[in-house]
Design a binder for this molecule. Structure first.
Ligand SMILES: NC(=O)C1=CN([C@@H]2O[C@H](COP(=O)(O)OP(=O)(O)OC[C@H]3O[C@@H](n4cnc5c(N)ncnc54)[C@H](O)[C@@H]3O)[C@@H](O)[C@H]2O)C=CC1
Ligand SMILES: O=C(O)[C@H](O)CS(=O)(=O)O
Length: 478
């Protein structure tokens, strides 16, 4: 463990206190296989206590003035910025992503806090013109109550602040269960939230190996009125079923299968830059990463050649090495899924242009496969790794049909310099977010979310407050 980094703590954080478990589980550095630190493996009693303290804290937190909530969020933002390098180091140690990416994630994750510190003042209601002179009709927005958040390992800070910041801004209290692979960043920023002036019990971090058990407790508790989940579609379905038992307000950011279309009128060099930015962030382990590259036939060979050259320049290694662009996969399951998808595609006729080999440990070579058949597993399932899978299409209609041929609908990207085509294609793509001649679309001011089996609701933007507030209608008889 890096003893110089005092923000690395293996305790859960409940009611403003560090909580040790009778048992612990190790957080493993995926680049080295070494344990970073042991983390509290909480039992049911501790998790139920987190719910109880959140309920108690809500009684006063819901009455706080917006200015107080906003100022605490601003203090929290400033503390995260002050500790940027320690937090970035923790992100890299527990997730494996390159340190430069971790620093960018600290900027991105903290931007949700500064954004919602202001959105707290803009949780507007309505004054609706009444059809009857004897009645005044207005609406107000109020905090939902005690919320629970369950987050994935791939963005140990951003996925946390994207939920915690709007919850606190709205006046909710919240219990966070971070991924067991990467809980350290969440624990660190919870301590900074207390230092920022957040009252005890308002933001609690519970840790444990048995995610299913913890999820069951949170999703079926009648005290928890809101569940916000980011992760795989399969787990999202389980949580949605469990939350139905108490009709919770839910929001889900789930899996993706993003298409990246390159039309014959595209700027090829720009498309390659956008493809690399979108695909190799976090070694391809992001839900908005392009999973299928659909290239119009006339420029297929040019694009294939150009992206292969760009991919071959990417340095693979330990994220603490400043020259590294592609880190390890998160664990053996992630590596096995990538290997299975690649071998399946090759068996079905795909061609290797570069890579397609396991290097060592959890490192996999950045890969380009050409002419991947539509019946390949990677055409339908999220690979979640550093694999560029190229597919050909003939007409614009073929490209859109192929792009939409998936149960997912989170992000989509396309490159074209024809403005009418841009409007036609953006309108036709079945996804919650579309990058048009742009590969980096995530931003705290924009509504992040998907359709179909990629989720429900939106995070970030002004819409992010809706997920943690209820709209109440008041009818005044005069
Ligand atoms: N739409 C989005 O914004 C994002 C989607 N994802 C998706 O998540 C997957 C990869 O991330 P993972 O962390 O492996 O996903 P995952 O779904 O396995 O885990 C996500 C979180 O859920 C917890 N969890 C696992 N099983 C659970 C259960 N039965 N009940 C309650 N909680 C449970 C995990 O401990 C973790 O905290 C990919 O499919 C990726 O596309 C990941 C990040 C963002
Ligand atoms: O896990 C993910 O892929 C994130 O939700 C995507 S982003 O918001 O960090 O781009």
């Amino acid at each position: 463990m890096n003893t110089r980094n005092t923000l690395i703590k293996g305790t859960a954080f409940i009611n403003g206190k560090e909580i040790k478990g009778r048992k612990t589980f190790d957080v493993i550095n995926p680049a080295t296989g070494e344990a970073v630190i042991g983390v509290a493996d909480l039992n049911r009693t501790a998790i139920e206590k987190a719910i109880t303290v959140s309920e108690a804290a809500w009684e006063s937190w819901k009455l706080t003035e917006v200015a107080q909530r906003s100022n605490i969020l601003k203090n929290w933002y400033n503390l995260i910025v002050k500790h940027k390098h320690e937090i970035a180091e923790i992100i890299t140690l527990e997730s494996g992503k390159p340190l430069e990416e971790s620093k960018i994630e600290v900027d991105y994750g903290s931007s949700f806090i500064s954004w919602f510190a202001e959105e707290a003042y803009r949780t507007y209601g309505d004054q609706i013109p009444s059809p009857n002179r004897g009645k005044q009709i207005i609406t107000i927005r109020q905090p939902v109550g005690v919320a629970a958040a369950i987050t994935p390992w791939n963005f140990p800070l951003a996925m946390v602040t994207r939920k915690i910041a709007p919850a606190l801004a709205a006046g909710c209290t919240i219990i966070l269960k971070p991924a067991s692979q990467t809980p350290l960043t969440a624990i660190a920023v919870a301590h900074l939230a207390k230092e920022a002036g957040l009252p005890n019990g308002v933001f609690n971090v519970i840790t444990g190996k048995d995610s299913a058990e913890i999820g069951k407790i949170l999703s079926t508790s009648p005290i928890v009125r809101k569940l916000s989940f980011t992760g795989s579609t399969g787990v999202g379905k389980t949580l949605m079923e469990q939350a139905a038992s108490t009709i919770k307000k839910v929001s889900f950011e789930l899996g993706g299968n993003a298409p990246f279309l390159v039309f014959d009128d595209a700027d090829i060099e720009a498309a390659v830059r956008g493809a690399i930015a979108a695909k190799f962030r976090n070694a391809g382990q992001t839900c908005v990463a392009p999973n299928r590259f659909l290239v119009q036939d006339a420029i297929f060979d040019r694009f294939a050649e150009a992206i292969t050259q760009a991919v071959q320049k990417l340095k693979v290694g330990n994220g603490l090495d400043k020259h590294v662009k592609v880190g390890p996969l998160i664990n053996q399951n992630g590596l096995k899924k990538v290997q299975h998808h690649v071998s399946d595609a090759l068996k079905k006729g795909a061609r290797i242009l570069t890579g397609a080999e396991h290097l060592e440990g959890l490192f996999y070579a950045p890969t380009v496969l050409a002419d991947v058949p539509p019946n390949a597993l990677m055409a339908k399932e999220e690979t979640f790794g550093p694999i560029v899978a190229l597919y050909r299409f003939q007409t614009e209609e073929d490209g859109i049909r192929m792009a939409n041929d998936t149960e997912f609908g989170l992000a989509a990207y396309f490159y074209s310099q024809d403005v009418k085509r841009c409007w036609r294609v953006a309108d036709a793509l079945a996804s919650g977010m579309v990058g048009i001649n742009e590969g980096a679309i995530s931003n705290a001011v924009a509504p992040f979310g998907g359709i179909k089996q990629s989720g429900l609701g939106r995070e970030g933007s002004k819409y992010g407050m809706d997920e943690f507030t209820e709209l109440k209608y008041l009818c005044f008889g005069l």
